[in-house]
Design a protein around this ligand. Structure first.
Ligand code: DHB
Ligand code: MG
Length: 222
């Protein structure tokens, strides 16, 4: 199987199942224009996250890693009336662009973009006794994944769903000799999850326009 085939199938799936959307398309266009790396989730993946949040009935969503706000918009649109999404971003230019993209999507009142190092922001949120989130999407620098999982658990309740992006990294995760900090971060995340008897977790590989990668998904048990 080749990258061309994966791309062709993603093109087919996106064009068949995921309607073009002015606000989402504008978010990608402005991100590309501003020179952001094209590491946003793909449209079919964005809708997958959106559906997961809806299936769960999430009213409070936390996203770690905003980039240009593309997945932010997908997730925020899954919220019912009165729902909220908090998203954490360390890069001030990305955060500002995401705020604009979110506003353009009509979601400025729903989404809060918190600028700063996510580990520090999460610590602050825990200290502030922020109410637990229903759905947490981890999609920032991969070497901090263990810290993000630890913080996510402190901001969870029984039933919280935690999804983590990029857990396969072109297969590097399964090569124990590979010392890529991203792969180490993901492996440590999996070790933490598997050592926690109250956090049933699985992971699924994905191929497509974003290459060979994957999602992990967990549910927090009481
Ligand atoms: C990278 C980060 C991501 O969140 C992603 O979806 C793909 C790639 C990266 O840092 O390389
Ligand atoms: Mg990602």
């Amino acid at each position: 199987m080749s990258m061309e085939q994966w791309n062709a199938v993603d093109d087919y799936l996106c064009s068949t199942l995921v309607p073009l959307d002015p606000a989402l398309d504008a978010a990608l266009a402005s991100s590309s224009e501003a020179g952001l790396p094209a590491i946003n989730v793909a449209p079919n993946q964005g809708r997958f996250l959106h559906l997961l949040a809806r299936i769960q009935g999430a009213r409070r969503i936390l996203e770690i890693g905003t980039l240009g706000g593309y997945s932010t918009i997908w997730l925020a649109r899954a919220l019912p009336q009165g729902g909220t999404l908090t998203t954490l971003e360390v890069n001030p230019d990305y955060a500002e662009l995401a705020r604009r993209n979110v506003a353009h999507a009509g979601l400025a009142d729903v989404v809060t973009v918190r600028l700063g190092d996510a580990v520090a922001t999460l610590r602050q949120m825990i200290e502030e006794k922020t109410a637990p989130f229903d759905f947490i999407f981890i999609d920032a620098n991969k070497e901090s994944n263990p810290d993000y999982l630890q913080a996510a658990l402190k901001l969870s309740r029984a039933g919280t769903v935690i999804v983590c992006d990029n857990v396969v990294r072109n297969g590097r995760v399964a090569d124990r000799d590979n010392q890529d900090p991203d792969a180490i971060g993901v492996r440590r995340y999996f070790e933490m999850a598997s050592a926690n008897p109250h956090l049933p977790t699985t992971a699924i590989q994905t191929v497509g326009s974003k290459g060979w990668d994957g999602f992990a998904i967990s549910i927090v048990e009481g």
